[in-house]
Design a protein around this ligand. Structure first.
Ligand code: KIV
Length: 279
């Protein structure tokens, strides 16, 4: 197993003014980890750019984290375009990746390419889609149209019903071999990176070793080339405490404290005071 070389990130972003595919590839080859976070709006995008996050994912998780749906399948292509524009116009350095919404690529190569073109026009520099060998024609179509593609294997949220819920994938030998074959198939179809979601750490290590493109893990252990989290989970805003999620802040309780203090001051006539009023 290739050793990952930790980067001293304390001093903030260093290196290229604009993160491109070749920088992720280079990071893999040098054994240097990189980070990806979801982002769906200008404020979070700017904050994450300032923090040096290399890749921003306008994920279809926006369906559940922002729009209040039960599943990522509910977000529409038009909604994804709105969120993609918001992020893309707000940052310069991170690579901006946008999810192809459920139903925009499963129906065929033409639909995939048309939807990919829309996302690129909205500012995405790469599009992500879920699935293995079955969607390699769509990947080839996108890549040959000049649209870089990120694959997504393991637990694929758009197939939550077919997968009988949120479950770790590839636990048995047959499942693991199947996922490894899918990863190879995606690479041969031309993906530039692969997200591995909810797979055992040893399997993620195996896939990371056998493919030349970078892998990006979420619930896939420490051996992937990069890591991704949904930002509201990472920041303790969503309240989601899955095994693989580490809360690096507790924004939920902080925000509640601020809102309740604001309410108290309004109700008690403390705010607005003269300092926050016009003469
Ligand atoms: O939409 C999303 O947030 C994602 C991540 C879980 C990788 O696809």
């Amino acid at each position: 197993m290739k050793r990952r070389i930790p980067v001293n990130a304390a001093s903030g972003p260093v290196g290229p003014a604009k993160i491109r595919i070749r920088h992720l590839q280079d990071a893999k080859e040098r054994g240097r980890p990189f980070s990806m976070l979801t982002s769906y709006d200008c404020l979070s995008a700017r904050v994450f750019e300032a923090a040096g996050i290399e890749v921003l994912l306008v994920g279809d998780s926006v369906a559940t984290t922002v729009l209040g749906h039960e599943s990522t399948t509910a977000v529409t292509h038009e909604e994804m375009l709105v969120f993609t524009r918001a992020v893309a116009r707000s940052v310069t350095r991170p690579l901006v990746v946008a999810d192809l919404a459920f139903g925009t690529y499963q129906t065929g190569v033409q639909d995939a390419v048309r939807s990919g073109i829309d996302l690129v026009r909205a500012g995405a520099q790469m599009v992500k889609l879920e699935g293995g060998q079955a969607i390699t024609p769509q990947i080839r179509g996108l890549v040959s149209s000049g649209i870089p593609v990120m694959g997504h294997l393991g637990f694929t949220p758009q197939s939550v019903n077919a997968l009988s819920g949120h479950r770790v994938q590839g636990r048995d030998q047959a499942g693991a071999d199947h996922l490894a074959e899918d990863a190879i198939a995606l690479q041969e179809a031309g993906v530039s990176a692969i997200v591995l979601e909810l797979v055992p750490a040893a399997l993620a290590a195996r896939i990371t070793e056998i493919v030349q493109v970078p892998t990006i893990g979420i619930g896939a252990g420490p051996h992937c080339d990069g890591q991704v989290l949904v930002w509201q989970d990472m920041a303790g805003l969503s309240g989601f405490e899955g095994t693989f999620v580490k809360q690096f802040a507790h924004l939920g309780p902080e925000l509640e404290k601020a809102a309740s203090e604001y309410r108290r001051q309004v109700l008690e006539g403390v705010y607005p005071d003269p300092q926050h009023s016009f003469d």
